[in-house]
Design a protein around this ligand. Structure first.
Ligand code: FAD
Length: 381
């Protein structure tokens, strides 16, 4: 039996950020992941500058031998409507490849990692956890993404969730495709469903193109993917067309997440907790922020690892990311009202810039992440 103080299940952005901060606080940490890194993750690979700030990533160092595509503009419109380009005088986001980014973060964390370890069983033994009958830890961090086994164990009684389902493909462009590609590297293309409950994207990252679509799961998702793939072909986005098959995954927007995220000796971070931001679906930032915040709460709890001592993490989520399990009024609005709203936003240059891109995608008015010293009662973002 391998023993450690904190066992982190999942070495994605949430798990590696949490492990790094726990190590800095002097904890004895072990990360287990079912994959061997570098591994891919179904994702468009778009990050906002807040990610770079939260982790203090040296971009010059990162860009050495890795893809780092600056974005200075967005092209938006409905699926079949006119397209509008919104430009910014500065870099407002970056395109990364998850196989490179996640590997970089995990290596940089300095944590010991056990790869090819798909966690299957979790049980309590006194005040410790026994995982796969191989690992014993006093504290468990569930960072295994949407289908995290720790999240499942903690939420076995939860009702059906309103997930976002998504499919994408990322492929390398040959020289002819790179020359003829209709997506400008600095300007991702976003195609919104008329009710704004989903969107497709074409994101160029250097010599790579990522094409995908995500939508609130209401049935009929294969038809959604077909419709978007047909549109991409019709528009001739890339010579020779976009290959298939696309890969699928799911995640939760924080307003839809009702997952229990804290219990005695356990916290959930990132997608395991269901923390992606609406409406963009940006989940890398909240994975990292929640990983860092959870590490602080665990470190501050010291030897006390009960639900009460860890409870400030839950309050941190509600204060920083937003209340969970409250979908907001828009989900109750009839389709025709949503369609009118979408047309108004996408039809106006000012609303597209301020409401859709700056607030909905870049979260430019969100205060920067600052590490904080949690106290049992305080909820300070
Ligand atoms: C199609 C799509 C596009 C997206 N595009 C973007 C985007 O452009 N920008 C953005 O910010 N967000 C995007 N997201 C959301 C983003 O991908 C996630 O929010 C983010 O990856 C969450 O990070 P995480 O560390 O919580 O989980 P993950 O990145 O999923 O990492 C979880 C880790 O746990 C491991 N694991 C899983 N199960 C087990 C197990 N049983 N045992 C051991 N290890 C396990 C996995 O191998 C993985 O390494 C997208 C999501 C989808 C589906």
């Amino acid at each position: 039996m391998r023993e450690c103080d904190v066992l982190v299940v999942g070495g994605g952005p949430a798990g590696s950020s949490c492990a790094r901060a726990l190590l800095a606080a002097g904890a004895d940490v072990l990360v287990v992941d079912r994959a061997a890194f570098p591994r891919d993750k179904v994702c468009a690979g778009w990050i906002t500058p807040a990610v770079v700030d939260a982790l203090q990533i040296d971009l010059d160092e990162y860009a050495r031998g890795r893809t780092l595509q600056p974005f200075r503009a967005f092209r938006t419109g409905t699926l079949d409507g006119p397209r509008r380009e919104t430009t910014f005088g500065e870099i407002v986001s970056y395109g990364i490849r998850r196989c490179e980014f996640d590997h970089y973060l995990l290596e940089r964390s300095g944590a010991q990692v056990v790869e090819r370890q798909p966690v299957r069983s979790i049980r309590r033994d006194g005040d410790a956890w026994i995982v796969d009958e191989q690992f014993r830890a006093r504290m468990l961090v569930g960072a295994g993404g949407h289908f995290c086994p720790v999240a499942r164990a903690l939420n076995a009684d939860q009702p059906q969730e309103e997930v976002i389902v998504a499919q994408e493909i990322e492929f390398r462009l040959d020289p002819e495709q790179a020359a003829g590609c209709r997506v400008a590297p600095e300007c991702p293309d976003l195609f919104f469903w008329p009710d704004l409950r989903g969107y497709g994207w074409c994101v160029r990252k250097g010599d790579y193109l990522n094409v995908g679509v995500g939508r609130l799961a209401e049935g009929g998702f294969p038809a959604v993917v077909r419709r978007f793939a047909d549109l991409v072909d019709r528009l001739g986005i890339v010579p020779g067309g976009v290959p298939s098959p696309w890969k699928g995954h799911a995640y939760l927007i924080h307003t839809a997440s009702r997952r229990r995220v804290v219990d005695d000796g356990v916290v959930l971070v990132g997608d395991a907790a269901g923390l992606a931001l609406a409406p963009s679906g940006e989940g890398i930032l909240t994975a990292i922020e929640s990983g860092l915040a959870a590490a602080e709460v665990v470190a501050a709890a010291g030897a006390r690892r009960d639900r009460e001592a860890l409870g400030s993490y839950e309050r941190w989520i509600d204060a920083r990311i937003g209340p969970r399990g409250r979908p907001g009024i828009w989900v109750h609005l009839p389709g025709w009202v949503l369609n009118l709203g979408a047309r108004a936003v996408l039809g106006s240059g000012w609303l597209t810039r301020r409401v859709l891109i700056e607030d909905g995608f870049l979260h430019t008015r969100r205060p920067p992440f600052t590490p904080w010293r949690p106290s049992p009662d305080a909820a300070r973002p």
